[in-house]
Design a protein. Structure first.
Ligand SMILES: Cc1ncc(COP(=O)(O)O)c(C=O)c1O
Length: 470
């Protein structure tokens, strides 16, 4: 049923029109005027009725979808997604995202991006094109389909200011696949390649590197990553170093330019290949991203490891490498030997989607959603006694450092009992004494779910801190 909405906007107000519309629609949901059986008018029609541009209505619908009040159902329109009390989300007939928890647990595990683009018009059109093209009887090219390699090169130029040619791009099945390939390439020189990682770091990378046959060494990383002085003190050199300079994972800082240059100089002198995991640099909230290591002038061998897991969805299993120089040739050879694990149909659809601007539009929408959730985190947790909020400059996760009186392990256990899943900071530490804290993924939950989860966490933190005092 389409909603009849008595909406009046004040065109002379200082409050932006989209914000006014958000406020009116949110109140209409909360007071029951708009109910789950209602569909919202198409954006173009509502815009005409209100005398505003369509972008105003689209932005308002997007914001309320991000907050969890509305749900966009592609060509079936936008509908109300919560009951009048703003609490129980409507589940009847609503398709949940892949991996959504059927028990209703709010999952704040990091690494899960905002609503995948799978209901986008652009996405569907790209797939329609991919499946209607003549099917090739050959295997997809080992290094990736030329159209996708070109689209990735163009995307990197626009989003990262990185000048690469399509020939420098190798399509992968995501970071885990890229790391396996890197070990395969390094095995040409060393039976058991040694890869240095940051501690804390990405546990999956550690697991994958070891499974692929590498020996993993670690160095303590601060919020901004590894420091050159530590590298200089290493006596037994690795073959490669895996770093997250744009957004240290999980602590969230960014490696300063001076440290970047020092890392490059060390790698060049010692012939260590740098694997630059650039997993979420599309999402900077406060500061511009610094130039990638791969774009700085240096004689060091740098391999940029990119993924669509954060900018689109980990469900796709697709990413890319930017390879150059000798290490690049070795990586190419390894891929040529092993073949591509990425289906041609997916590569073709993704190429169309990126080239048509779908990815850029999706990232812009997701960025706006993350900005709300980041603001929500700051609002609920910023300046609160007994905890410190960090890693909020970019990406889709935050770190909560906790007072020793509130042990993270127990907090996570009790939160799960109350329907909120969180991950402890300790699980990212390999050899160092772990810090007491949580890593909160805020990409996937709606604003309403995040607000509810934060209420649960702050309630538990207050109770545990008070209990410890007695
Ligand atoms: C540090 C880091 N790098 C890369 C990725 C993406 O991995 P993949 O491309 O294998 O999905 C993630 C996902 O959570 C991550 O946390």
């Amino acid at each position: 049923m389409e909603a009849e909405l008595p909406l009046v906007l004040d065109h002379r107000s200082r409050v932006p029109l989209a914000a006014q519309l958000v406020g009116l629609l949110r109140s209409a949901v909360l007071n029951g005027t708009l109910r789950p059986e209602h569909t919202l008018p198409a954006s173009r029609r509502l815009a005409a009725e209100l005398g505003v541009s369509r972008g105003v209505v689209v932005r308002a619908y997007e914001q309320l979808s991000g907050e969890g009040y509305l749900e966009s159902r592609g060509s079936a329109g936008t509908r109300v997604a919560v009951r009048p009390d703003g609490r129980g989300t409507v589940t009847e007939g609503v398709r949940t995202a892949p991996g959504a928890d059927p028990a209703g647990t709010i999952d704040l595990t990091p690494g899960r991006p905002s609503g995948a683009p799978f209901r986008d018009r652009d996405w569907r059109a790209a797939w329609r094109k991919a499946i209607s093209e003549p099917v090739d009887v050959e295997l997809p090219p080992a290094l990736g389909m030329p159209a996708l390699r070109t689209a990735v090169a163009d995307h990197l130029a626009a989003s990262r200011g990185l000048t690469v040619s399509a020939d420098d791009v190798v399509i992968t099945a995501g970071t885990s696949d890229a790391l396996q390939l890197a070990v395969a390439a390094l095995r040409g020189q060393a039976e058991r390649p040694r890869v240095l990682m940051e501690d804390p770091g990405y546990p999956t990378a550690r697991r994958v590197l070891i499974a692929a046959g590498a020996t993993v060494l670690t160095l303590p990383a601060g919020d901004d990553g590894l420091e050159a002085s530590q590298l200089a003190a290493i006596d037994s050199l690795p073959d490669a170093v895996l770093v997250t300079p744009s957004h240290q994972y999980p602590l969230g800082g960014r490696m300063p330019v001076s440290e970047r240059l020092a890392l490059l100089a060390w790698a060049e002198t010692n012939q260590v290949v740098i694997l630059e995991d650039d997993y979420d640099s599309e999402f900077r909230h406060r500061r511009m991203p610094l130039p990638a290591l791969a774009s700085l002038p240096s004689g060091a061998e740098v391999v940029l490891v990119g993924t669509f897991s954060k900018s689109l969805s980990p469900w796709l299993r697709c990413g890319y490498l930017v390879v150059r120089g000798t290490s690049g040739q070795r990586l190419r050879n390894a891929r040529l030997d092993l073949g591509t694990p990425v289906p041609g149909m997916l590569q073709s659809a993704l190429a169309t989607y990126i080239a048509g601007g779908g990815l850029a539009r999706h990232i812009a929408r997701a960025r706006r959603q993350y900005a709300h959730r980041r603001a929500l985190l700051l609002d609920r947790l910023g300046g609160r006694a007994g905890l410190e909020l960090a890693a909020l400059d970019g990406g889709l996760h935050a770190v909560i450092r906790l007072h020793p009186k509130v042990p993270a392990e127990r907090l996570a256990e009790e939160a799960l009992g109350l329907g909120v899943r969180v991950v402890t900071l300790a699980s990212y530490f390999a050899e160092r004494t772990p810090e007491n804290g949580l890593v909160i993924g805020y990409g996937a939950p709606t604003d309403l779910q995040l607000a509810r989860a934060l209420d649960v966490l702050t309630g538990l933190i207050d109770r545990m801190a008070a209990g410890a005092q007695q």
